[in-house]
Design a protein around this ligand. Sequence first.
Ligand SMILES: NC(=O)c1ccc[n+]([C@@H]2O[C@H](COP(=O)([O-])OP(=O)(O)OC[C@H]3O[C@@H](n4cnc5c(N)ncnc54)[C@H](OP(=O)(O)O)[C@@H]3O)[C@@H](O)[C@H]2O)c1
Length: 278
Amino acid sequence: MSETFLVLGGTGKTGRRVVARLQEAGHEVRAAARGGATRFDWQDESTWTAALTGARAVYVIPPTLPSQARQVVPQFVKRAVSAGVRRLVLLSARGIDAAGDEKLLTSERAVQESGAEWTIVRPTWFAQNFSEAFFLPQILEGVLAVPAGDGKEPFVDAEDIADVVAAALTGSGHNGKIYELSGPEALSFAEAAARIGAAAGREIRFIDLEGEAFVQGSVAAGVPEEHAGILLGLFTAIRNGWDAHLSTGVQDALGREPRDFDTYVRGSAETGVWAGTS
Ligand SMILES: NC(=O)c1ccc[n+]([C@@H]2O[C@H](COP(=O)([O-])OP(=O)(O)OC[C@H]3O[C@@H](n4cnc5c(N)ncnc54)[C@H](OP(=O)(O)O)[C@@H]3O)[C@@H](O)[C@H]2O)c1
């Protein structure tokens, strides 16, 4: 029986960490993405077959835009199970029921009804958004401008997400589980900026942006309007205090506490990622 693992989004924040863990454990892993070692494109079904052939378990990261995900994730899941995949781990997100996020709700239903073993991972906002994604340019400019007010968010470390995903892909006891993951402490964006600034040795100001200005600025910077609207909805939930609660998915899946934000900040500062000039 093949022990090959397919990791979609294998070059992204959680995917590449999952790939590293599986490789370290001696498994055969396909890191799949448009720019990955295994070419995989949600928008080009011809890439799916080769990626799936011989795979035993798949880490599924849905495509970013709802208009794509609603159709393709259920199609992909069917194709995967037909190809012999027996275990699916899905990256979803916390708060999707309240937000009515049809992209992720449809993706969750697809894995739950697939006939394969499944685990759903619902993280809150990744800490690595500050060092590897959309907040990084603002951190480097010294101004974090988002429409979050003084709402708090318990940022989760992508290292913890990868630990949970790798355990669910390779271990036992995770079938049929939905793990909601958060860090151990809720912080406002002003507090997060201050801690990053202290570790990086530079001032990072927080500006509470008005929602419409955020959408316009994001679209001007090249973010698709649909995605900017989704982000505004997420920030509004944070502003209203709806996303500040802690979750126990890391503890439930791994039997240990999640990494805290200060540990993430220290480690990231040491890499020099925030060493730009403001
Ligand atoms: N970031 C957060 O705070 C957060 C929180 C909760 C949940 N999530 C969920 O996490 C998922 C990933 O979000 P992210 O932005 O954080 O991911 P990311 O780290 O930017 O990774 C995205 C991955 O998907 C690949 N990819 C992009 N477009 C693709 C396509 N058309 N076909 C195949 N692969 C493609 C990328 O590689 P290539 O570009 O090389 O293809 C990359 O490996 C989303 O579904 C989001 O809802 C994110």
